[in-house]
Ligand binder design. Structure first.
Ligand code: FES
Length: 362
């Protein structure tokens, strides 16, 4: 079976906003292939805190052409044990257990294509988008990138330094508009019309999205739209884009927050399941209401998974026999569902026999 978890050394730690750090992990030469990532993917960190083994996913922020390290952004979350640990305790030279990159919120890049990329981010939703922005700008010289990025105030903006450098370096192909819902007004701003930092007041909402697209219309017919942030921001942005006749298949979303739903279905039935992961076959007895993922973990298997909330897609697998009930799904498309894809963290048996295949690349 392929190894998925590696001990990686923290090479560098940087403060990237008042409440967030960026960690850079060194990738040993022998593990380069395992840590090859697509822009927008995430890493899962596994660490035991207060006797409990925790797994948390953080988006990779670096350019795909810069693969001597992987960089993540971690915003400190109130009561978030792992995010506090990474912000406050981890130091350069420490080693952490890190699972290989996963995730489906990603862009397929090609140096010959002309595309307009629109990114809508709120708060730490900028992290996967930063990797896509950097990668598009360095891999696709004919494409243009537009970012609408919302925060409460200036101090919450993550990676402002990186974003400003990109704005200067790619002034002809990269546009970013900062939205602040409660900006901090500086003394010079209060006494004159001059602002220290250019932003629009507001949120990533219907009015600002409509203004943004009108102000920066697609440069190529081939426009793609990426949204990352909390659930309500995603729903509103998607609805606004659909209202502007953006085809649904051009919109990709990554939901932040609301993770870790403990699924325990009341419907369905007990079942036996045959599960294929890499070269291993697991024969499981599933109790009624227990997810396939939970049963696999209880049996000692090591399936891919991360959020356990039906959000990241890391646990996706193919149901080749039987039927399941799926509690939440924020990631699989209609097409994928029709092709038999399910989220194992959300699926409980709804037939007496199941057969499930994990395909590593999906
Ligand atoms: S582990 Fe994230 S969707 Fe199942």
């Amino acid at each position: 079976m392929k190894k998925k978890v590696f001990k990686l050394e923290v090479l560098k730690k940087e403060q990237v906003s008042a409440e967030a750090v960026s960690l850079f992990f060194k990738i040993p030469l022998a593990e380069k292939k395992a840590f090859h990532f697509k822009p927008g993917q995430f890493l899962t960190i596994i660490h035991t805190l207060e006797g409990e083994s925790l797994r948390r996913s953080y988006s990779i922020c670096n350019d795909i052409t810069d693969n001597s390290y992987v960089q993540i952004g971690v915003k400190k979350v109130k009561n978030g044990r792992m995010s506090r640990f990474l912000n406050e305790e981890v130091k350069v030279g420490d080693y952490l257990a890190v699972e290989v990159p996963m995730g489906r919120f990603t862009a397929e890049l090609d140096s010959t294509q002309y595309k307009s990329y629109y990114f809508f981010a709120a708060g730490s939703g900028i992290t996967p988008i930063l990797s896509m922005v950097k990668s598009v700008l360095s891999v696709e010289p004919y494409s243009r990138v537009y970012v609408l990025y919302g925060n409460r105030n200036q101090e919450q903006i993550m990676f402002k330094g990186d974003l400003e450098i990109l704005s200067e370096r790619f002034a002809d192909r990269f546009t970013i508009i900062y939205l602040l819902s409660q900006p901090i007004r500086s003394w010079s701003e209060l006494w004159s019309t001059k602002t220290d930092f250019v932003y629009r007041k507001g949120r990533v909402d219907a009015i600002n999205i409509a203004w943004f697209i009108k102000e920066y219309p697609p440069y190529a017919q081939n426009a793609l739209y990426f949204i990352c942030g909390p659930g309500s921001m995603i729903a509103n942005t998607k609805a606004r884009l659909l209202g502007m006749d953006v085809p649904e298949n051009r919109i990709a979303i990554e939901r932040f927050g609301n993770l870790g739903t403990d699924v325990q279905s009341k419907g369905g039935m007990a079942a036996t399941a045959k599960v294929y992961i890499d070269e291993q076959v697991y024969e499981l007895k599933l109790k009624q209401g227990i997810t396939i993922l939970k049963a696999l973990l209880n049996s000692g298997a090591t399936p891919p998974y991360s959020c356990e909330g039906g959000v990241c897609g890391a646990c996706a697998c193919k149901l080749v026999k039987g039927a399941v009930l799926m509690a939440n799904n924020s990631v699989l498309t209609e097409e994928e569902l029709n092709a038999g894809w399910i989220l194992s963290c959300q699926s409980t048996a709804n037939s007496k026999k199941l057969e499930v295949v994990f395909e590593r690349e999906k």
